[in-house]
Ligand binder design. Sequence first.
Ligand code: PEP
Ligand code: MG
Length: 329
Amino acid sequence: QRAEFAALRDLPAITADGTRVTVMVNAGLRDDAAAIHLVGADGIGLFRTEFQFLVSAALPRRESQQRLYRSVLESAGDKPVIFRTLDVGGDKALPYLQSGDGDDQEENPAMGWRALRLALDRDGLLKAQARALLEAAAGRQLNIMFPMVSEPWEFDAAREIVEQQKNWLAERRKLLPSRISYGAMLEVPALAETLDLLLPKIDFLSIGTNDLTQFLFAADRAHPKLAERYDWLSPAILRFLARIVRQASAAGVPVGVCGEMGGRTLEAMALIGLGIERFSITPVAVGPIKAMIRSLDRSALLPVMEQLLATPPSDMRGTLSRWAEDNGI
Ligand code: PEP
Ligand code: MG
């Protein structure tokens, strides 16, 4: 089987009926970027910039952030990289970063002072990171996305910080990225309710199914007793996602999935059935997911998914699994 996936490396992820699906990888460290070429991915769809902060004993300086981003872009070559701004706080606490008010113990860190919330309060961090990203991507396209956007104004505020840094560099006649593409992560359910307001502002949307599932089901993503309890293939998740995909597609905004859900064969198949055409997944999943895509008749699946969402069977997973089997997947 390994040899079979290796043979897929140089083949594009195209469904049997001709839809090109973008399959990128999730990464976080310098050497991860090489995975793109090893597994034959279309780029890095989620670069978790907080990894550098988590493995450092002290706050990484702007220069060292810039060096990392540049080297990642270099190893990606002409493949795109989507940098996610710092997603620290919560369970990814940095010992050297404290709120300063002596109130760092959180009852619910996943729902706490983390990610974009922290970045907007401590905007010095985001400013330095934005500058490092702009400098690293000088002369090429910069793709940047913000984690845990809960309301559209947070996206505006974060984008404004990046734009200010860009203007600062422009005033000094520095080489800028050829284009900046701004995205938001949808992982807080509330954002779905104001998506119509956000969509005109963004260049792309990336659904983080790890956090989204945790918040939709109110179930800690790391709790062992809950790990098997709620299924990614439940009608609740699938209907929720279907609505987002429909809205984003109608607005002409590319929408992808970057959570672990997309790295599992049956789940990824269901996502394609909802209209998802962009994935960012763990590198080891690229082979199996490409194999699934290349054997999938997407046009046959779309109406099946629609019908299953309208009248969900009691065993959605079993039903989808049987469909996959009957259809040579
Ligand atoms: C997610 O929440 O689905 C996601 C991709 O981000 P992380 O796993 O880094 O929280
Ligand atoms: Mg997340």
